[in-house]
Write a protein that binds this ligand. Structure first.
Ligand code: FES
Ligand code: FES
Length: 163
């Protein structure tokens, strides 16, 4: 199968990539662009470790071809925060021990980011439901949920302070 050029926008930067029509986005991100936040867990759409945001929706990047996202806006965990300036979700995962090995964490945070955009004040049940597509082998979810609820509280408080 021949390779084709595609333009994809990742974390605000437009990139030219050369990929076969069957190449999965997760592989283009990690292997061509060196964007290694999204992880490969199962490659069968079960674990959510590869979650990215595409045009305002959470998408498991092992479920889409790179060819399908040409011209779309993709955000990975690298686009949310940096080591110098963590996103509030990253801060709260750190503070509330929302990770152990960290393998699921980029996908968790990217999904939680979209969840809080869609519902800025979720209940615990809504967080659990909204995060149901992301699996963690380590933490038992308790602290992940706590971290997301804490991030929602911080984000809402800073929004109120700005008003
Ligand atoms: Fe994509 Fe598991 S690697 S859902
Ligand atoms: Fe290890 Fe979630 S922190 S898989």
């Amino acid at each position: 199968m021949g390779k084709h050029h595609y333009q994809i926008t990742v974390n605000g930067e437009t990139k030219d990539v050369l990929a076969e029509p069957r190449e999965l986005l997760i592989h283009t991100l990690r292997e061509q662009l060196g964007i290694t936040g999204p992880h490969v867990g199962c490659e069968t759409s079960h674990c959510g470790a590869c979650t990215v945001d595409i045009d305002g929706r959470s998408v498991k990047s092992c479920t889409v071809f790179t060819a399908q996202v040409a011209g779309k806006d993709i955000t990975t965990v690298e686009g949310l925060g940096s080591p110098d300036k963590l996103h509030v979700l990253q801060e709260m995962f750190k503070e509330h021990h929302g990770l152990q090995c960290g393998y699921c964490t980029p996908g968790m945070i990217t999904r939680a980011y979209r969840l809080l955009q869609e519902n800025p004040s979720p209940s615990e049940e809504e967080v659990r439901f909204g995060m149901a597509g992301n699996l963690c082998r380590c933490t038992g979810y308790q602290n992940i949920v706590k971290s997301i609820l804490a991030a929602a509280a911080v984000m809402n408080a800073s929004q109120e302070a700005a008003e």
